[in-house]
Design a protein around this ligand. Structure first.
Ligand SMILES: *Cc1c(COP(=O)(O)O)cnc(C)c1O
Length: 396
């Protein structure tokens, strides 16, 4: 693996975005343009060698025997649930602190999402609370490796095995992350990935993939992603049309070769943020665990009322900090402001405020800083300086 390097540059530093896809494109432009032109000339736009080639490369990378590509991470989750025959009457245990698609797909197949609160430190599913949520209707657990930080898959796998449940990993934010040296997406019965452009491995459009070591599951997903047919024009199920374009596959094959280096750069940036923010009052930087290799899809801290300068914002010290950073041209993001059990579409679950206090507190406190492999040292310094200035106590 190439050594990570922190980037220095003398260019001027003005507005710092949460991420900048144009910087990454510049580093691979020649390779990508050549591959795109070749694909265009091939006439093979749906399916074909670019797609099967990428699927093989991605399976090899994740460490599974199979990878079935599709149109999005959302479709990957949906197809995985369908292939495992999760449907009406079934329950799937998952986290309320995630992107909506996690629970949305459970609802889309007619099953019921059963939320379990998160751990304060990792923002991931609290494994101490999972077993209490298992009922006779539970069919699967859907852990999310949120922000690229892996869930303890050894412990989660043991719980699932004890209760004979499927494990569907939502690895949309965690391409390349590892638990005990083994890639996420290879631990569960299936792993689901998104290639949305902003993800660690992002296409130039939509894309997704399911990884598995079970050939029968892979075949079933292949059948469902093309109108429920194994043999052309013979339909054995109501499927969908969800394919990865040849163009996106060709681009992803190139980007996959760079993924480890990009993730390494994210780790170097995260580690530097951690050092620079360690002593800042009111700021709690994210922690990673010894067994997990995070890929820092987001660098998400907690903003707590530890600084009088932020306390004058009342309860909204996090939002206050976000505004103060924006005033200094540092753009931060809130992932996610509303936990899923409090979304209007899940009102019928009857889970009001107070149901999952750790997730609810996280939604009030989280702030994600600019994070992308090409972030410059100078830009990072500016982010940190802006945070220090905004949080410095007026009384000091
Ligand atoms: C992005 C994302 C998805 C959905 O992926 P799409 O490709 O946007 O459909 C699902 N789950 C999580 C946790 C995500 O971050």
């Amino acid at each position: 693996m190439p050594t990570p390097h922190l980037r220095f540059a003398a260019s001027d530093v003005t507005k710092i975005p949460p991420l900048d896809l144009t910087q990454q494109y510049k580093t691979i432009q020649g390779e990508v343009e050549a591959a795109v032109l070749k694909l265009l000339a091939s006439g093979s736009y749906i399916g074909g060698e670019a797609v099967t080639g990428f699927e093989q490369q991605f399976a090899d990378y994740i460490g599974t025997t199979e990878a079935v590509s599709c149109n999005s991470g959302t479709d990957a989750l949906y197809l995985a649930l369908r292939a495992l025959e999760v449907g009406p009457g079934d329950e799937v245990i998952t986290t309320p602190f995630t992107f909506f698609a996690t629970a949305e797909t459970i609802s889309a197949v007619g099953a019921k999402p059963v939320f379990v609160d998160i751990e304060a430190g990792s923002f991931n599913l609290d494994l101490d609370q999972v077993e209490a949520a298992i009922t006779s209707r539970t069919k699967a657990i859907m852990p999310v490796h949120l922000f690229g930080n892996p869930v303890d898959m050894v412990r989660l796998g043991a719980i699932a095995q004890r209760h004979n449940l499927f494990v569907i990993e939502d690895a949309a934010q965690a391409a390349g992350a590892e638990w005990q040296g083994q890639k996420v997406g290879s631990w569960g019965h299936v792993g689901c990935f998104s290639f949305f452009p902003t993800k660690n491995l992002g296409a130039c459009g939509d894309g997704g993939c399911v990884t598995t070591n079970d050939a029968a599951i892979a075949e079933k997903i292949t059948m469902l992603r093309q109108h429920g047919m194994r043999q052309r024009y013979y339909h054995e199920a109501f499927g969908v049309t969800s394919r990865l374009d040849g163009l996106q596959a060709a681009i992803l094959s190139i980007k996959l070769k760079h993924l480890d280096q990009w993730n390494e750069q994210r780790r170097a940036i995260a580690s530097r943020y951690g050092q620079l923010l360690a002593e800042v009052p009111g700021i709690v930087p994210p922690q990673s665990t010894a067994d997990g290799t995070a890929v820092w899809h987001q660098y998400t801290l907690r903003v707590q009322p530890g600084s009088s300068n932020l306390c004058d914002q009342g309860e909204h010290y996090r939002d206050g900090l976000k505004e103060k950073l924006a005033d200094q041209d540092v753009i931060s993001m809130i992932y996610y402001p509303v936990p899923l059990h409090l979304q209007v579409v899940y009102q019928d679950l009857g889970l009001g405020e107070g149901s999952f206090p750790v997730a609810e507190q996280a939604a009030q406190e989280v702030l994600s800083l600019p994070m992308f492999p090409e972030l410059l040292i100078k830009q990072q310094d500016k982010v940190v300086a802006a945070i220090r200035q905004a949080t410095s106590a007026l009384v000091a």
